[in-house]
Design a protein around this ligand. Structure first.
Ligand SMILES: Cc1cc2nc3c(=O)[nH]c(=O)nc-3n(C[C@H](O)[C@H](O)[C@H](O)COP(=O)(O)O)c2cc1C
Length: 208
């Protein structure tokens, strides 16, 4: 366990992983048990993860990534999807509150109606943006929690989205947001920390 500041400072994108380092479904599930606490708009939990350890599927994702070799060395490659239709589950997501009496029937019905309208009125571009926005926040949580549990990661955008979806048989409502490779970093190949802009260059207080 590291404090958050140390964890944030220690996380970096792995360039190369130590080969033949298996990760189990159990180890990944322990990470996901914490990832599920990530925030999401209206608590719709848009993110869906497909961790791939199976060599045949991994090979397909490797091909879909334009041959990024770290996928071959990684313990798993995780396809991160965002659900463009997450808003259609707003009723299910609030049933618990209703049955516990934390909201009444009127509040429940109003939430279901308002959230459904919110997404339907803004249309498909917004629904895709929401998938990307929410899955990206969740993916960052994943990488920090993985690091806390001794695993290294690399987020990856260099891939053919259609080929990744096909490789894992994802339904059309799931938008491929990114890949994350996970494993134990080969520390001989660690990249120096890339240049970071000073705070004054990326923060504008109050207004431009
Ligand atoms: C959305 C996103 C996509 C990325 N795609 C790739 C990728 O396809 N391949 C790769 O090797 N690194 C990829 N990276 C890692 C970046 O190069 C890395 O985060 C950046 O250089 C900063 O380094 P650090 O993460 O070690 O601090 C990606 C990072 C992000 C956030």
């Amino acid at each position: 366990m590291q404090d958050l500041t140390t964890l944030v400072r220690n996380r970096h994108s792995a360039v190369k992983f130590v080969p033949n380092t298996p990760i189990s479904e159990q180890e990944l599930s322990e990470i996901f048990e914490l990832v599920k606490l990530a925030p999401s708009a209206f608590n719709l939990q848009h993110t869906h993860y497909v961790p791939v350890m199976d060599e045949e599927v991994k090979e397909k994702i490797y091909q879909a990534s334009g041959g990024q070799y770290k996928i071959k060395l990684a313990s798993a490659v995780i396809a991160v999807f965002g659900d463009k239709e997450a808003y259609t589950h707003i009723a299910e997501m609030n049933e618990g509150f209703l049955s516990l009496g934390m909201i009444d029937r009127l509040q429940y019905d109003t939430t279901v109606r308002d959230v459904t309208e919110f997404y339907q009125m803004r249309g498909e571009d917004f629904q895709r943006e929401e998938a990307i926005r929410n899955a990206s926040l969740s993916a960052m949580m994943f990488m920090l929690i993985a690091k806390d549990k001794g695993w290294d990661t690399c987020p990856m955008i260099g891939f053919d989205p259609k080929a990744v979806s096909e490789a894992v048989g994802a339904p059309d409502n799931l938008y491929p947001v990114m890949l994350i490779t996970i494993g134990k970093e080969d520390s001989d190949r660690r990249r120096a920390r890339g240049y970071r802009k000073p705070v004054s260059e990326f923060v504008t207080f109050n207004r431009f």
